[in-house]
Design a protein around this ligand. Structure first.
Ligand SMILES: [Zn+2]
Length: 177
């Protein structure tokens, strides 16, 4: 839906890169979130912007937002700020979906089979371009706790594709404390 205030679609894809059509949410597989905001230009990117500095939308713009494999590209020091930005930009009751690598799963695998190139990629990033490095990492309890501290409610594990991923969804409360 278009936002009454600015006229832009109110479902945002945060850091979707070349693949904003990825549907992590099996409840709404047909829904494509645009605009897609990413630090690197690509023909599928609608707004080029460094999300680590904030989300370039006004308060209460979005009904729903997705950040799939975005947060591990930020400094861990900026993650609480970014999650607060998500709360700011979401409408009351708005839906947030976050997917990151699950370092608990990766570390368990490393203890069993040793450190493989695949695990190195999960921990430190794919290194395909200058922004494609991981600066931090998460487990389910950690990302859930950070979302809770930012103000999200009704947090639950969400649909994910692979065992090395972890997904959480939650909502901006209707009444902020
Ligand atoms: Zn708006």
């Amino acid at each position: 839906m278009k936002c009454n205030e600015c006229g832009v679609n109110d479902e945002l894809c945060l850091g979707g890169g070349m693949n904003p059509h990825f549907h992590p949410d099996n409840l709404h597989p047909q829904v494509i979130y645009r605009p897609n905001i990413d630090i690197m230009y690509h023909e599928n990117v609608d707004i080029v912007h460094d999300l680590e500095t904030g989300i370039p939308f006004h308060d209460n713009h979005a009904s729903a937002m997705r950040a799939v494999h975005l947060l591990q590209h930020f400094s861990w020091k900026n993650v609480p700020f970014f999650l607060k930005e998500c709360i700011r930009v979401l409408k009351p009751g708005g839906h947030m979906y976050i997917m990151v690598s699950d370092l608990e799963w990766v570390f368990q695998q490393v203890l069993v089979e040793g450190l493989t190139p695949g695990h190195v990629c999960s921990i430190w990033g794919e290194h395909d371009h200058p922004s494609d490095f991981h600066k931090c990492g998460f487990t389910y309890p950690l990302i859930r706790r950070l979302m809770e501290e930012a103000g999200f409610i009704n947090l639950t594990p969400a649909f994910k594709r692979n065992p090395w991923e972890v997904s959480v969804e939650g909502y901006k409360p209707h009444l902020l404390p």
